[in-house]
Design a protein around this ligand. Structure first.
Ligand code: HAM
Length: 418
């Protein structure tokens, strides 16, 4: 038997209800904050991610699913959505009418990481991006929206971590200080970090290898090197969050795994998923639109790890699949044909009705109705068709009522039966 690919997974019908519930909650909330849905392809030119996310990141160095198209072009299954949305923003001049644009997208991403609980090679993100706003209001608003999202879903045991990564004005000074420390501890670093150390020292701070973590434990923190503009921006963000009642923790060690971030960066972490603690992450990326060939445009966004959120929520929240309002237990060919028409008509009216398609005993049909959780069962055979009346059984109360078959469909449509 052919099994699915390692690190990929099926989301089965019983699980999908929770995914839909989360999606509905997200969409309703995002609409109230003025975010429009955008859908971008799952494959892009490799160069977009290499330039967007950064050549020295784990994602670009070792996690992308890249293939040679037959024309010789290199294409990559998207490891995230931000670069694609920025590309679309530039390509379609989405800034032309109004440079302040807000988007969200929900869909699969692909990273060839080592699979484990909460970490997959195909995973889903709920991704949100806002363009054109340089001031600190939008930073706080996005984090507030994320906070509301988790609150509405009833997710507890999460904590917002917040940091600032500065800007091209203040980062060089920090890089110098960091590089000086890295020089001292070079021989304790992993091969990746030694290679990255000179080109992109910030990446070393994101390394998960315990020896590297230990080696950089005394590394300087970027918040101590912020320029005056970045410092004020960050301070406003924290003040605004406090005013909105969003709890957060300043996390001087938080550096994100993608290179495009500037200033405010954040993660929502949980303690219920073991090693994969981040259920959402994001931040400002004020230089990315320009880097990818667009007009200089400040931007900020985040992505929620949909799979991880489902795992966190699934422990407390059960969303049931809809159950049939009625099961028609039909006995005999004529009754089955009648049931077939009733089912069609009721489904067209939005009422979920099930029936048995094969010639099965009443006992077996009742069993199935029970298994499906049908609210009521109508038992129809030749005798019922002849008398024009049939027995309608309420499966919860076991109450039985004689109903007139002629008006059955209309009565059910008006939900006036029993
Ligand atoms: P990220 O931190 O790489 O950021 O991913 C965001 C979230 O996606 C993570 O916090 C995690 O919940 C989930 N995630 C990442 N990798 C996996 C995986 N292998 N399996 C399951 N879940 C995973 C970004 O992708 C940025 N594009 C976010 C952003 C948007 N920044 C600005 N705008």
């Amino acid at each position: 038997m052919i099994q699915l690919i390692r690190g990929f997974k099926d989301i089965l019908p019983g699980e999908v209800a929770l995914w839909q519930h989360i999606e509905r909650t997200a969409v309703g909330l995002f609409a109230a904050f003025g975010f429009d849905e955008i859908r971008v392809p799952i494959m892009e030119k490799t160069e977009l991610f290499a330039r967007g996310i950064g050549e020295d990141t784990d994602i670009v160095e070792k996690e992308m699913y890249t293939l040679d198209d037959r024309g010789g072009e290199k294409l990559t299954l998207r490891p995230e959505a931000t670069a694609s949305i920025v590309r679309a923003y530039i390509q379609h001049k989405l800034y032309a009418d109004d440079p302040l644009r807000k988007f969200y997208t929900i869909g699969p991403m692909f990273r060839r990481e080592r699979p484990q609980k909460g970490r997959y090679r195909q995973f889903y993100q709920i991704d949100v991006e806002a363009f054109g706003m340089a001031g600190p209001f939008i930073d706080a608003q996005m984090i507030y929206m994320l906070h509301l999202f988790f609150q509405r879903l009833g997710v507890s045991r999460t904590q917002a971590h917040l940091n600032s990564l500065g800007c091209p004005v203040c980062r060089p000074r920090f890089r110098e200080a960091l590089a000086a420390l890295l020089n001292k501890v070079e021989d304790r670093l992993c091969a990746d970090c030694r290679r990255r150390q000179a080109r992109n020292p910030l990446r070393v701070l994101d390394c998960k290898v315990p020896a590297c973590r230990e080696a950089v434990a005394d590394a300087p923190a970027i918040v101590d090197y912020l320029c005056e503009d970045c410092r004020q921006h960050f301070q406003s963000v924290t003040e605004n969050l406090t005013q909105l009642g969003v709890p957060f923790e300043l996390d001087r060690r938080l550096v994100r795994g993608l290179d495009y971030y500037t200033r405010t960066t954040f993660e929502i972490q949980t303690d219920v998923l073991g090693a994969q603690s981040a259920v959402a992450g994001g931040g400002r990326y004020d230089g990315l639109v320009e880097t990818l060939g667009g007009p200089a445009t400040p931007a900020i966004g985040f992505a929620v790890g949909f799979d991880r959120l489902v795992e966190v929520l699934g422990q407390s929240l059960k969303i049931e699949n809809p159950k049939p309002a009625l099961f028609i237990a039909a006995l005999g060919e004529t009754a089955r044909r009648k049931a077939f028409y009733w089912c069609a008509e009721l489904a067209a009216a939005g009422i979920y009705v099930e029936m048995e398609h094969a010639d099965k005993s009443l006992k077996s049909q009742m069993k199935r109705a029970d298994r499906l959780g049908a609210a009521r069962v109508l038992i129809v055979g030749d005798a019922e068709l002849a008398s024009g009346q049939a027995n309608l059984r309420d499966m919860a109360t076991k109450a039985q009522a004689e109903v007139v078959l002629a008006g059955l469909v209309d009565a059910l449509k008006q939900q006036s039966i029993v």
